[in-house]
Structures are given as C-alpha cells and as structure tokens.
Write a protein that binds this ligand. Structure first.
Ligand SMILES: *Cc1c(COP(=O)(O)O)cnc(C)c1O
Length: 482
C-alpha cells in the first residue's frame, strides 16, 4: 500500500485556508523554516480513501471476534464517546480556575467514589495514563511509605511466576529487586514458597487475582496475611477486573493498593495506542502519598490539592480526563445491578467457550471452573502434528477471528489465552468453537496449510527475529513525483 507521500502529486492539494485578512505577524529572527515543509499533496477524496483503506486493514472489535486474553477487547458503547465529546468536557482547558470547572471535578470525584466502592479502597488518583503507569505510581507510593517510617531495608517486590510482564518491569523501574514466587500445581501461589520469600526486606507483593491463567486463588486471604505479617504491603493488579467487578473487592481480599485499567474494563477502546487510564486506589493510611493534584472538597467547592507526603506528579494535570468520563458513563449506565451482571457474563462466556473446546484441545489447569479467561496448551498437538500455538493463532486470522494471546503466561507451554468477554453472543462463541475444531482437524490432514497461514492478509509471517534484531524504523521517501 502506498503512503500519502508516495501518492502525492505536486500542486494537487486541497488548500481551504481563507485569504489572510489581518496584518501578518513575523516570527523571531532564526525561528522560521529554511525550506517549506514537505507535506503530501492530494485531493480530498484521495485522502479519504487512503484512511478508509487503512481502516480496512486493521482488525477491531467492529470487524469480528477479538478474544485477546488479558486485554479485555470488549465492545464499548458508542454513546460514551459522544458524552466524552460534549463541549463541557472536551472544550475545557486544564489550567482553568477550579471554580469554572466544578462539573469536571465532580466527574473525577464521583468516578473515584464509585470505583472505590467497587475495589474496596478509600481514595483514588486518575493521573496515571495506563496500567503499567499505575503500577509505577503505586510502587512509588509503597517506597515512600516505607522510607517515611524509617524502614529502608524493604527493597524487594514479590511477584508470582504467572505475573503480567509489566509487574516485574515496574518494580525494576522503581529500583526494587524482583523475587519470583512459583505457582503451585493448581495454578495459584505456592504458599510455602511465599512464606519463605516474605521477610523484613519485602516492600510489597504484586498480585493479579484472578491470575493470568484465569483462576481465582482460593488462598487469597492467607496470601495477603503472610505478606502483612512480614511487614510488606499488598498490591492488586486490577487490569483484569472484568471477572470480579461488583462481585468481590480487592480491599476485602486484604490489598492495600490497586490499579485499574479503565481502557480494558470500563468502556474505552484500546489496542491502537490511544489514550488510556490506570487509576490507582489505596487504603486510608496511604492517602497522603497520592500524586499531587488530588480532588478534594474546599471552601469554594471542589479543588485540586497536593497530599501531605505526595510522591509528586506522574502526569500533567488530571490524567486522560475524557477516559474517566467514559468510565463514569459506563458505571452509571450499568449501575449496582449491571456491573456484577457484566462480570458474571464474562465468566459465563469464558467457561462456555472453554467447555466447547474441551476434548479438542488440552486446557491448562483445567480442573475447576475458570474466571474471565482460560489458557489452552498445545504442547501435545505440536509434538504429534508439528502444528504450534502460533500456527493456530495465524489460521484464525484467515477466518476473521483475531488471535488469542500467545505464549503467555510463561509457565504454560504452547499457550493460547482466550478472553471472550461478556459482550459476545452465544452464536459468536459457537462459531469460534467450530472454527477452532476445524483447525484442529486440519492439523492432522493438512498441517502444511496451517504453517502457511495467514494467506488472506497483506503480510503473512514476518521474520520476527529479524524484526526484533534489525528493525527498520526509518522511512525513506521516494523521489517526489513531478
Ligand atoms: C494489560 C495489563 C497490564 C498493563 O496495562 P497497560 O495499560 O497495557 O500498561 C498490567 N497487568 C495486567 C494483568 C494486564 O492485563
């Protein structure tokens, strides 16, 4: 596909600027460009077609099933986009006097109240721009909390071997050492290993529950107790709250801090690098460490204050505000009844699809029920037929289905992780099961065709090693056409 620069023809632009009707202002000496900016020149219809063609090349939730585990690619109501675009939200300036933007501050306040109710926390910041950013924010709070108490020896973060990759990465960025806690045969945290790892050098435990195997750890109260007894804090990675929102609360499981991914669970589409939001909630005793610019009730109404022992700012102003507007719209639309119903639907759909596939594929840790997602292991299939998890994932693309998450969590060989979400119909799940069964049958009869998939896309199988080791990151434009 040609780029706009390649489609460009000199003099063809669609220049719609009106003639200048004010005296021209001149830039300071030396601040102007030496040559005019080399922008592509196209007619409006060519430009419009270009972007439509790009759109057709992408797979979004509007194109078909998108069961990307751990990412909650559910349908997000269009109405919330319209609400976030209302001039009173989209048109305000972040430096405006708080007295003029009481409505916007109220949005943050109300979203905080509702999400604290859902998570069992006492206060929340909306500054972090994504999940990993929320992890970093929370760990900075953990660090400051321990140092403020003169407890400087707490340098380690405990994380299970099934943890999302961002957990150890955030801990390392924060200057902590990561201690890997192994999983037990049921896929939960190995309690003995945790007991052995927790001690006077433990700053915190980072845990996702349900974990990346889609399993709820039945020992959760004992887990948080072990860490608390050792003097550490408990941090809940709530990026995947879809399975439990309105059903169980991290605060009641013994967690002191939590981050959420509004762009997974609470009605903001994601995956294309758009704005996200990773709010961090905490219990009362950590409130003073929240980032600067926290919404509080003052003598003139709501205002932004800096908590006493704040870790400082982690992002400009109040974070990605319109993402919070969409989350609030979602919370108020579903209400106290709809939120747990959505979670139950997510869990039901995951179990439904999993049971459809049982017998056709091996399920990792498949004894009990799963939560919002499940993991298949294709280790045996690969040994018997040569068809790998990668082959199956690529074959799904040709059938209009986005691949599940591959080769994660790391503790499962040839892993495929499916998260159907609550917004998919039974028909969609039945179709996906039928497609996966047909691919399984093809692994016996025509494995070569699966190694060659996908055949319907502009690019089949990029050389991943080459792409990682020698990425071509610079585009060199062709000679400009006459
Ligand atoms: C997605 C995810 C994250 C990271 O969130 P980002 O917004 O991508 O930074 C962290 N933990 C878990 C369990 C996740 O699924």
């Amino acid at each position: 596909m040609e780029l706009l620069f390649e489609k460009s023809r000199k003099g063809r632009g669609c220049d719609l600027l009106p003639p200048l009707d004010v005296p021209p202002a001149h830039l300071m000496e030396g601040m102007g460009r030496e040559a005019p900016l080399d922008l592509p020149e196209l007619s409006e219809v060519e430009l419009s077609r270009h972007y439509s063609a790009l759109e057709r090349r992408a797979h979004g939730v509007n194109n078909g099933f998108y069961p990307l585990g751990s990412c909650t690619m559910k349908y997000n109501p269009r109405l919330h986009e319209e609400l976030a675009a209302l001039p009173g939200f989209a048109g305000v300036h972040p430096s405006q006097d708080p007295a003029d933007v009481q409505g916007c501050l109220k949005v943050l306040r109300l979203a905080e109240e509702l999400l604290c109710e859902i998570t069992g926390m006492d206060a929340m910041t909306f500054q972090p721009a994504a999940g990993a950013h929320g992890e970093l924010t929370a760990l900075l709070m953990v660090k400051k909390y321990h140092l403020d108490r003169g407890d400087a020896g707490r340098t380690k973060i405990l994380a299970p071997d099934s943890a999302h990759g961002t957990n150890p990465a955030s801990a390392a960025m924060c200057g902590f050492t990561v201690v890997n806690v192994p999983s037990n045969p049921q896929g939960g945290v190995d309690l003995e290993a945790l007991r052995a790892a927790a001690g006077p050098d433990t700053a915190a435990l980072m845990l996702t529950n349900p974990n990346t195997l889609g399993l709820f750890d039945p020992n959760i109260l004992e887990i948080t107790q072990i860490v608390h007894d050792a003097g550490g804090l408990c941090y809940y990675d709530g990026a995947n709250l879809n399975a439990v929102m309105g059903v169980v609360r991290p605060g009641d499981m013994g967690f002191d801090l939590v981050h959420l991914n509004l762009h997974k669970t609470f009605s903001t589409p994601h995956g294309g690098g758009g704005p996200g939001s990773g709010p961090v909630g905490c219990k009362d005793f950590l409130r003073d460490y929240l980032p600067a610019g926290y919404v509080e009730e003052g003598p003139r109404g709501l205002e932004l204050r800096d908590p006493e022992k704040t870790i400082g700012r982690v992002k400009a102003f109040c974070g990605n505000f319109t993402v919070v507007v969409k989350a609030l719209a979602y919370l108020l639309t579903l209400g106290a009844e709809g939120i747990p119903q959505a979670a139950q639907g997510a869990v039901l759909n995951a179990n439904y699809l999993r049971e459809q596939l049982r017998g056709t594929y091996d399920i990792a840790y498949g004894e009990g029920p799963c939560m919002h997602e499940f993991v298949l292991t294709l280790e045996k299939l690969k040994k018997e037929t040569g068809v790998s998890a990668l082959d199956v994932a690529k074959a799904l693309i040709d059938q209009g289905i986005h691949p599940p998450t591959m080769y994660f969590p790391l503790i499962v060989e040839e892993a495929l992780m499916f998260e159907p979400t609550e917004t998919e119909s039974r028909e969609t799940l039945d179709h996906a099961a039928a497609v996966l069964k047909a691919i399984r049958a093809q692994a016996d009869t025509d494995p070569a065709a699966l190694h060659a998939a996908p055949v319907t896309t502009p690019i089949g199988r990029p050389d991943e090693v080459q792409a990682a080791r020698h990425p071509v990151l610079r585009y060199r434009p062709p000679e400009v056409q006459p």
